[in-house]
Design a protein around this ligand. Sequence first.
Ligand code: NDP
Ligand code: MG
Ligand code: MG
Length: 338
Amino acid sequence: MYYDDNADLSIIQGRSVAVIGYGSQGHAHALNLRDSGVDVRVGLAEGSKSRAKAEAEGLRVLSVAEAVEEADLIMILTPDQVQRGLYKAEIEPNLVAGDALFFAHGFNIRFGYITPPEGVDVCMVAPKGPGHLVRREYADGRGVPVVVAVEKDATGNAWPLTLSYAKATGGLRAGGIETTFTEETETDLFGEQAVLCGGMSHLVQAGFETLVEAGYQPEVAYFECLHELKLIVDLMIEGGISKQRWSISDTAEYGDYVSGPRVVDAHVKEQMKAVLTDIQTGAFAKRFIEDQDAGAPEFKKMRETEAGHQIEATGQELRKMFSWIKPTDEDYTEGTAS
Ligand code: NDP
Ligand code: MG
Ligand code: MG
């Protein structure tokens, strides 16, 4: 583990940093770096929607090409699927030996969509939390843990530089774990697909469907299969699965042991292994990028179908009852948070 004491802030303070993209991660990195006394500029496309937000914070906004040319450390924080095209057109032509290319996720390096030139350090500082938390924790004097990696140490200084960057963004206040681009990419994709996002969403839907198909009220099914999830997850985060089992009733705990393994059985684990294989071979990455390159027809179709699930309409009505959840008009079926 690395902490603030293991890093020298003056290294990053001596560099010119370009943060490319000003979304979830981009705004957090740019603002935390600036507040740590780092010379930072933001690179955005012509007519970018984020430009006004960055300028309102007093940040200098340049085109991506200009920002890369000016800087000697470039952190790429645009969505993973646009990084390859942006890199070819605006980043690669402006890189020189001695520059450092930083990422917050190893996707494009791991699967070979970006191959940096000789003489350029290739490093990762990946916060294990969403960008808005990365900014909020920093502003409150704390930090979100990071994983750090060096894919290529061209200058011999890539590690101290990586740790210095991690310190400036607040990550080493919480702690940094050393990893590799391969480990970070493969485990990140697996976790979100099999457990956190894919696994959880479809577990909730299947439970809801089972109750509704058996004739129970959708509103009651929503409470039992979705709403209470947060209480359970909070307990797991605080004290592991043990604390969660300690807190629930003995009836629920006994049911966990008896029925959990019937639902998540050997077949589920076989499927998880198959998902991991598709990640490791690059088959998932290829499918995702080919679809994105074609205008994302498969992605858009799946997004539309899933948003039409009965649990969404049920939840939208029910959430009006929860005074502690802020009502929102946001359309979650379009794009991503930034
Ligand atoms: P976002 O989707 O929030 O990035 C949006 C930003 O990228 C906007 O400023 C957008 O500009 C800009 N952008 C989009 N397309 C282009 C383009 N073609 N050229 C220039 N700028 C463009 O990304 P995230 O912050 O979610 O992800 C960034 C990286 O961080 C990824 O590698 C991701 O895997 C990683 N990561 C993300 C985490 C998260 O919490 N979201 C957590 C850890 C890692 P505009 O406003 O004009 O659309
Ligand atoms: Mg430069
Ligand atoms: Mg991810």
